[in-house]
Every structure is written in C-alpha cells, then in structure tokens.
Write a protein that binds this ligand. Structure first.
Ligand code: MG
Length: 397
C-alpha cells in the first residue's frame, strides 16, 4: 500500500481544501524560480502594488471626478476597500487571503479615466475594432502593458490571479485568450477567491457610494429611508442618538450595512460549500455556478440599494453633466491620437506605428486605446487642453 504523505500546508497552512494553492495550479506564463519565503500570490500582490498602473488609480474617478474634492473615493481607495472586504471574507472561509488581495488590488487596473463614463466613451471609439472593456484591459495591463521586467512583458502573474482579474469576457474574446478565457467557453465560475472579490467589489461600491453621495449632497438621508437596508440601520441609530453628529451616524449606518451583508455572505457561502462539498479548486470550477453568494433576502436588500444608487446618484443630473463632458473629452483625444499618433509620447507613438505595420488600422487604434485608458483624469484633461481647447474648464457645475 502506498504510504500516505502528510498533507502539504506550506504557505497556506490552515487553508480549506477548496482554496487556491499556487503550487498545484497552472503557474505563470513565463516560468520563474520560487522565492525563498514569499508565497506566489504574495508576490503577485506585491507586483500589483509596485506597478505604475496601480499608482495611477489614485487620480482616477470612481463616481466623482477626482478634483471635485479630496474626500471622495478614487479607484485606488475603492480598490483598497474591496481588498479589505475580500481579505476578511477569505480568512473567514479559509480561502487564500493573499490571492484574494492580489485580485482585488488589480481588478480595476484597466479602468480608463472618468469612471464608467470614460469606459463607455472608449468603447464607442473602439467599436470598429472590437470595442473596449475594462476587465479585459485590466488583464492586458498585467499581461502585456506593464514594462518592469527584463525577461517578459507585463507582471507575469499566476493563472489564478489572472483568472480573477478577468471577471467578464465575451466568447469571442475568450477564444483568443487561451487558458484564462476557457472558463467563459465552458461556462465555469472562477475559484472561490475570485468569486469573493466579485461580490466584495459590489458591496464596497454600494456602501461607499452611499457615503460619497451623502457627502456631496446629491443624496439625502430622508430619500435613502426608502431603501430598507439603509433605513433599518439608520433610523434606530438616529432615534437612540438624537444629539450625535450626522457624520458619525452615517458612518455607523454604513458600518452596520457592510457588516450585515458581509456576515450574510460568509454564512450563505459556508452553507453552499457544505452542501456541495468541493474537494479542490477544480471541483469549485466544475460546479458550473458560483458558491459565493448572498441569501435571497439579503440579495434583494443589496439590489434595492444598488437600484436606488443607479436612479438617484449615477443618473443624477450633476453627475451626468460631468459625465457627458468627460466623454466628449476622451472621444476628442482618441480622434486626435488616431489622426496624429506622434502627439503621443514616443514610446506609444512607436508602438502605434509597429502595430499598424502588423495589423493595419486596428493596431494603431489598440495603441491609442491603451494610451488613453492608462491616463489619469487630470492627465486626460491636461492633454485635452494641450491638443484640443487651451481654454477648457472642467469644474463641477
Ligand atoms: Mg471595482
């Protein structure tokens, strides 16, 4: 009889059997020697934090244009809040915390300036050449665009990290992405760490957008009382603490909402795991549906808040006004660089020429989209003033 080997716990001692383990995964695109004392997913997280794309997130819009005020969330603080929730949940579920942190910190690296408005504008510009999608762009950033290593382009992250970054993908794009695209063709979910980040992302923005929306004055507390999740935390606090500061009450409310939804996420996911008993990350993927979830009641409460924010914040006249000006700005910049690639810095202009020689106009467009997507809000604005309208103003009205 074969002698049973003790179960390897190494970097992930205490990990559940269905957690991701770098040592039994597909690894990196370019083989690298392992590090003496850091796990592979820790290295991925560190590579993301040291990347240029990560630093630029601080000047990219989440919902509020970056220069509207220093207290609003940016892509960077959003990513940190996602990572914090994801790590908490990963630890509670005995998943790989380092992996969930790496995915969370990288998940918005491909986001263009000016939030979803910027993404929609770039997608419109790129329609003749397959469109633009921020998830796919985040993968492009870590796979190809970061220029930091002598031996390879990109950050050469582990398969599981790349799988988590690619949250959505069309079947057409999935076919050309190789192994990391396969799950979209097979209709399989990613590992649990990536599933945790997906939901942590939604929980983070739902809650911090309530905070930013109230701070900006675009949302009113009374109006938010129409949302059961907000009302059931805010009203009792208000009644019990009539003298308390408005800011502390809002913070305590949001704290309560996050705790309620995240606690439900852990309990519901634990129950789902117990019911399907996956013995490995392969089992998790083969199930065909996600295990990380909210209970039906909490899901409904979470979605009601999301719908409220869509109607009253994201589609608020003042937000839409800024949005449409930001979109016109990005479209004008895109047209400018398409017409005169030499208006981009030499490295990007050269890339446009080389890619055009290989792939025609699509190659040039891709170089322009990569360049525009990498911009911060304020850099896009200064380029707009340099190339299109020297007198442009971009203030909240
Ligand atoms: Mg996000």
């Amino acid at each position: 009889m074969k002698k049973a080997r003790p179960r390897r716990t190494a970097a992930g001692s205490g990990l559940a059997p269905y957690a991701a383990r770098a040592e039994s995964g597909p690894g990196r695109l370019h083989a690298e020697p392992s590090h003496g004392w850091r796990s592979e997913f820790q290295r991925d997280r560190d590579r993301v934090i040291h990347s240029g794309g990560f630093r630029r997130l601080v000047y990219k819009t989440q919902v509020f244009i970056n220069h509207e005020g220093d207290l609003y969330r940016t892509r960077l603080t959003h990513s940190l809040e996602v990572a914090q929730i994801a790590r908490t949940v990963a630890r509670a579920l005995r998943l790989n915390e380092d992996l969930s942190e790496a995915i969370a910190l990288a998940h918005d690296l491909g986001h263009p300036p000016f939030g979803h408005a910027g993404e929609a504008a770039l997608n419109e510009c790129m329609q003749p050449w397959g469109g633009f999608e921020h998830n796919l762009q985040s993968l492009r950033v870590v796979d190809e665009l970061e220029d930091r290593y002598l031996g390879f382009a990109g950050l050469n992250l582990c398969f599981e990290t790349r799988e988590g970054i690619l949250k959505h993908c069309s079947r057409r794009n999935a076919r050309r992405l190789g192994a990391v695209g396969e799950r979209f063709l097979l209709r399989q979910p990613p590992g649990l760490e990536a599933q945790v980040v997906n939901l942590a992302d939604e929980i983070a923005y739902n809650n911090h957008d309530v905070d930013d929306g109230l701070r900006s004055g675009l949302l009113a507390e009374e109006a938010l009382h129409a949302v059961p999740l907000f009302r059931r935390h805010h009203v009792p606090l208000l009644e019990a603490n009539p003298e308390a500061s408005r800011r502390a009450l809002i913070h305590e409310t949001i704290r309560g909402m996050i705790n309620e939804v995240v606690s439900d996420m852990v309990a519901t996911t634990n129950a789902n795991i117990a019911a399907s008993q996956p013995a490995s990350i392969g089992d998790v993927r083969a199930l065909g549906h996600p295990l990380v979830a909210l209970s039906p009641a909490t899901r409904a409460a979470h979605l009601a808040l999301k719908r409220f924010l869509h109607r009253h914040l994201y589609r608020h006249e003042r937000v839409l006004n800024v949005t449409s000006r930001a979109q016109n700005m990005l479209k004008a910049l895109f047209a400018c660089y398409m017409h005169s690639p030499e208006a981009m810095p030499a490295e990007h202009a050269t890339r446009a020429l080389l890619q055009e020689a290989e792939r025609g106009e699509a190659g040039r467009a891709l170089a322009v989209a990569d360049y525009v997507a990498g911009m911060t809000d304020r850099y896009a604005f200064s380029e707009y003033r340099r190339l299109v309208d020297a007198n442009a103003e971009f203030q909240q009205q």
